[in-house]
Structure formats: C-alpha cells, structure tokens
Design a protein around this ligand. Structure first.
Ligand SMILES: Cc1ncc(COP(=O)(O)O)c(C=O)c1O
Length: 382
C-alpha cells in the first residue's frame, strides 16, 4: 500500500481550521447551524436553467463568465465619474467561495500577512493558510464593530484585509462612516481590502449599508465579492462573482480558470434570470428574515446568562453566554439536546464564549431551538 501523504499545506490547514464538516440534522433535532436560506429558489430561475439545458446550452462557457452576465453585473456596480465598470472588470465564480479562493490564492503568498477582524467567517483564515500566508486576527470591539485603534496598529505592512459586510457571524453592518475611517487608515498603503458583501440585501431597519466600492477612500483597493447564494436562495447553484482593481481581477481570473475552468453555462443563464426578478421577490424573503430576527431578539433579550447584540444585517445572532465552558463543548451539548448551532471559536479566538445561531430556519424550528438554547445556557439553573 502506498503511504499517501497530503501536502504540507493541507496538514497545516487541518491543524489550523476550526470549520466543522457539516452534516444534516439528525431526526428530532432542529438546525440553527446552517447559513442557508430555507426558501426555494424562485421558479423563474429554475425555469431559465431548464430552458438553457433544453436549448443545448451545455458546453463550456467563457472562462471569465458569460459576457452578457458580466456586462449585466458590471452595470449594477456603483459607478462614479472616477470609476466605471465593464464586463472585463467582472469574473463569474463558483459562488463567493470560488471568488474568495481565487483572490486569496492570486494575491497572497508565503510571508504575506492578512488582517482579519475577528470573529469572522472562518473560510477567510483557512484560505490564507492554504495560500501560505500569515493570519493576523484583530479582535472586534465589544459592540462587534471594528476596533479602529487595533486596526491602525495591525494594518501597516499587511498585504490584505478581509471582512464580510453585513457580517457572518456577528450580524453587524459596517456603515459608511466605519468604511470611510478604514479607508483613511489605509491611505498611502498597498493593502488590498476584500469586502465580501454576500448579505447585502439583508439589512434591518435603522441600519444603513454601503458597498466598499462606493466609498471613495477604499475605491482603488477594494475587491468586491458577491454571490447569488443568499439573495436569491441559490446556495446549491454555486454562482458568484468578483470585481476590483484590474490587476487583481486578472490574477484572480487566472486562478479561477486554473482550478475550475468555466462556471456551468446553464447556471449562468439562471443567474441572469435571477437579476431579472422583480425587487418584490427578494424583498419578500428579506421580510421573512426581519420577522424571524424579531422573534430571536424577543426570545433572547431577557434570557438569563445570554447576551445578544441585535443583528443589524444577515441572518445570524452571535450570542455571548456566561457559562465558563468552551464553545465547541457547548455546541456538542446543545446537539445532544437536539439543537444544532455553531461554536463561536470557529470564527476566531474572540469567538470563544459565544455560539452562532442562524435564523434562516422556520419560525417553528426557531422557537423550539431557541427554547432549548435558553434552557441549556440559563445560569440561574444548575
Ligand atoms: C460571508 C459569507 N461569504 C461567503 C459565503 C459562501 O457563499 P457561496 O455559497 O456563494 O460560496 C458564505 C456562506 O455562508 C458567507 O456567509
């Protein structure tokens, strides 16, 4: 038998990564663990893919993405006199995951340091490790927004900073003033800013969201990552895209085509159909999450031993608990009590003492699951 040994980067990734392999909820358990819309993909999107397949659209597509899709996506990006967008600025990718992997592998190498404000979506740090770079975790402030002083200390010399906005796992929205302040900190540096805006259509009343591409002080360094997964309930279709400075786009396109070739042709036709949906379709999904968010806040705001910063966007609540127990242990105990959540430690060292719940679950599952969480983490019970 051959002693097959994975490459050292894989061994390093296995040592570093806290991302669990995801499995379906066992019978009787409710899952508040998945970052996955529970509503179906809108019918016109499915019909567009079926029609494309029937029409023989079954061959390789342009490796950067169908020109008509890229043209359409470019037309939706925030333009201003100093910056206009064309199809050449866009690469269609295998979801945001493919876009993030392409950008990190294209722009980060051994010796490069990448600042990640944490808790953060755990894929970012894993990709940096895979690329051979160094992860520089910078803890968020207590309100889960950026600690600008800590970032000012960490950013000099960093090759990249990565964040999501709205944020998975914290549910925080980094508004225009926060983005502008970041741009000012970076003035004169060569640091790229990767802004993963997967949840841009999920921003709750009272909170203002702005794309990093629309912020002048970030304009020349922002790499924008987007996906159809969350906005259009298309997680299984695997389609996303990226844009940013042309050299970054070209390098990322090269990585993406080396790893993946082109994205499925019929899926790109479906993506075009998603862009044609009336706003009301996406607004209806956003309304559903808004109601569930209210349910989460109501269920948790007075729960003894639990603390929630009310989610400003996305569909996550990042819950701090008072019990002195590692979050991975708490997540295991909760799974035994038939509610699946994610351990805060997955998202960085400051995530310890937290669990992440997703409210991309039915109201019934939310009520049942939250009651189980509250009962287990109540410090007034022994
Ligand atoms: C912030 C963020 N970015 C990217 C992704 C991955 O998206 P995709 O399905 O497009 O690969 C997720 C999925 O949960 C996410 O939460």
């Amino acid at each position: 038998m051959t002693a097959a040994r994975p490459a050292c980067r894989i061994e390093e990734l296995r040592r570093f990564s806290r991302r669990p392999a995801l499995t379906p909820a066992p019978p009787g358990a409710v899952s508040l663990a998945m970052g996955e819309p529970d509503c179906p993909t809108p019918a016109p999107v499915i019909e567009a893919a079926v029609a494309a397949l029937r029409a023989g659209d079954t061959h390789y597509a342009d490796q950067k993405g169908l020109p008509e899709l890229r043209t359409r996506l470019a037309s939706l990006l925030p333009a201003h006199p100093g910056r206009t967008w064309s199809a050449d600025d866009v690469v269609v990718t295998h979801g945001a995951t493919g876009a993030l992997a392409a950008v990190v592998l294209a722009m980060v190498g051994p010796g490069d340091r990448v600042v990640i404000p944490e808790p953060a979506y755990s894929l970012y740090a894993d990709l940096v490790v895979l690329a051979g770079g160094t992860v520089d975790f910078v803890p968020l402030g207590r309100d889960l927004h950026w600690d600008l002083d800590a970032l000012a200390a960490a950013l000099p010399g960093a090759s990249m900073m990565i964040f999501s906005n709205p944020s998975n796992p914290t549910g925080i929205v980094h508004g225009e003033p926060e983005l502008k302040a970041l741009g000012e900190l970076l003035n004169g540096s060569g640091t790229l800013v990767v802004s993963d805006e997967a949840y841009h259509r999920l921003v709750y009343p009272g909170h203002e969201w702005t794309s990093a591409l629309a912020v002048e002080s970030l304009r020349d360094r922002a790499v924008y990552v987007q996906t159809f997964s969350k906005t259009y309930a298309m997680t299984g279709w695997r389609v996303g895209y990226l844009t940013g400075p042309r050299e970054v786009v070209d390098a990322a396109a090269q990585v993406h085509r080396t790893l993946n070739g082109s994205v499925n042709t019929a899926v790109q036709r479906a993506a075009l159909a998603a862009l044609d949906l009336p706003d009301s379709v996406v607004d209806a999904m956003a309304d559903t999450y808004r109601r569930r968010r209210e349910l989460v806040i109501a269920a948790l705001s007075d729960a003894p031993g639990l603390h929630l910063v009310p989610p400003e966007g996305a569909f996550y609540g990042f819950l701090r608990y008072d019990k002195d127990r590692p979050s991975e242990e708490v997540a295991r105990e909760l799974a035994e009590r038939k509610v699946l959540v994610r351990a805060g430690a997955e998202y960085g060292p400051s995530g310890e003492g937290h669990i992440r719940i997703s409210f991309a679950a039915s109201e019934d599952d939310l009520r049942t699951g939250l009651a189980r969480v509250v009962a287990h983490l109540d410090v007034t019970r022994s």
